[in-house]
Design a protein. Sequence first.
Length: 194
Amino acid sequence: MIITVSDEEFNLLRRIIKENSEISLGDNKKYLIENRLSSLVIESKCRTFGEFSRKLMSGPKAAVLVGKVIEAITTNETCWFRDFYPHQYFKKIFLPLMADEIKADTRDKIRIWSAASSTGQEAYSIAMTALEYQREHILGKPVDQCLSIVATDISNWAVEKAQDGIYDDNDLKRGLPDGYRERYFKQDDKKWIL
């Protein structure tokens, strides 16, 4: 069942979402609120989005409820090697510079933050790019000793999936280069594990 959201309720909800996640919803996103949050409104035993908004702003379970809203509103869109150019830059320019510093002992470790990493494909793509570089060149140390990748996302569900490193055939079809599945994954039934 989809509950409709008034303009006033929509503006209040998008303010709550912005304050708690920095996610900005444009004027044209009422449908998103209705589609993704109606079930939470019902689950919270509310009849309207206004009543639901009041629960989000106060009460003993407000923080938990806000967390559920953020989980529901995030899109979690990702794929392997998303955006070709950054990975090419990383492999052809950045890694050679860092490898020279590591070999010269002027740099101990390369530290990378993959923000909004969703279910991990982007962070794992960075690691695979470094491993591919290591296959063709010498970094001076094994990749796991000279590269640290921290992947974060606002969605706890997405981070847990990324930590598991388990993907299905459809996940692997989205941008993974030929040969990488065999090189970096092991198959377990219909799942692929990093």
